[in-house]
Design a protein around this ligand. Structure first.
Ligand SMILES: [Zn+2]
Length: 280
């Protein structure tokens, strides 16, 4: 399993020279399975480069898993080049939730006069799948990948995903936009239990937008501290931890300072960087 980081910036995209090392594009990750499976996790502005990578490699079948409908995780939709490619089959999926219809929410982003082309006029074949249940009872199969999901604490809701590749033993958990300190102790225990099934994950990607020093100013905004990410990585027994959803005002120097503390706290920890490819 390869994990390609298209974008890892939180809240909104940044385009400034002193943000280039960690990157300014918002959340979008590509999972490349050993059997040729392709899964996009969220479609922030990082989806632009990931769509181009898929086309370069003639990968036209892709599953797009959405964590929630906040703009920074969807804003790359019109820049997803596969939409304009008649060879592409794209399946968008998210857990079913009262008041949200995946096709409707995505269509709204492209409604006239916001964008010249609408979803029903795209060249690609599109499908929309509402995943059943709050917590996954039976994994979704996508080729050789097994996909599970569970809700996390975030204003208006959000889901985390776990992808397992039994053929190689690789597994990853993607938990963005989660405010760990605000979740109840029973919700935390339930999530830890979910995250360790069927076994501890190889890699954990976890929201660490804040530092212990700045968190109190942002309590209730829906994000964790990097120290929470370390606590959770230990609790679930992850081998690798990648902190994600970097604060939009945190430049490369500030990110590097956090990464130094992060690595000292947990040997297998990194701050994820745009453009990085992780082999599990
Ligand atoms: Zn976000």
């Amino acid at each position: 399993m390869n994990i390609v980081v298209g974008g890892v910036r939180g809240s909104f995209p940044i385009s400034q020279t002193n943000f280039m090392r960690y990157g300014g594009d918002t959340t979008s990750f590509l999972i490349e399975g050993a059997g040729g499976e392709r899964v996009l996790l969220d479609i922030g502005t990082g989806a632009r480069r990931l769509g181009a990578r898929l086309q370069r490699r003639s990968a036209h079948d892709v599953l797009v898993l959405l964590t929630h409908f906040h703009l920074d995780h969807l804003i790359g939709l019109p820049a997803l080049s596969l939409l304009y490619d008649a060879r592409a089959h794209i399946e968008f999926a998210a857990p079913r939730r009262a008041g949200h219809q995946i096709a409707r929410e995505l269509s709204r982003l492209l409604e006239p006069p916001l964008w010249p082309l609408q979803l029903d006029g795209m060249a690609a074949a599109l499908r929309f799948r509402n995943l059943p249940g709050l917590v996954c009872r039976r994994p979704l199969r996508w080729g050789g990948l097994a996909i599970r999901w569970a809700p996390v604490h975030h204003p208006a809701g959000c889901w985390s995903y776990r992808l397992d590749e039994p053929a190689t033993g690789a597994s990853m958990i993607f938990a963005t936009d989660i405010e760990w300190p605000m979740a109840s102790s029973s919700a935390r225990a339930q999530w830890i239990k979910w995250a360790t099934q069927p076994e501890p994950p190889t890699a954990l990607f976890f929201d660490g937008q804040y530092t212990p020093e700045d968190y109190e100013r942002f309590r209730g905004w829906g994000h964790s501290r990097w120290t929470d990410a370390v606590e959770v990585a230990r609790a679930v027994g992850a081998k690798w931890l990648f902190v994600i959803h970097h604060a939009p005002d945190r430049d490369d120097a500030a990110m590097a300072a956090i990464e130094r503390r992060l690595r000292a706290a947990f040997r297998g920890a990194r701050a994820a960087r745009q453009g990085q490819i992780i082999h599990l």
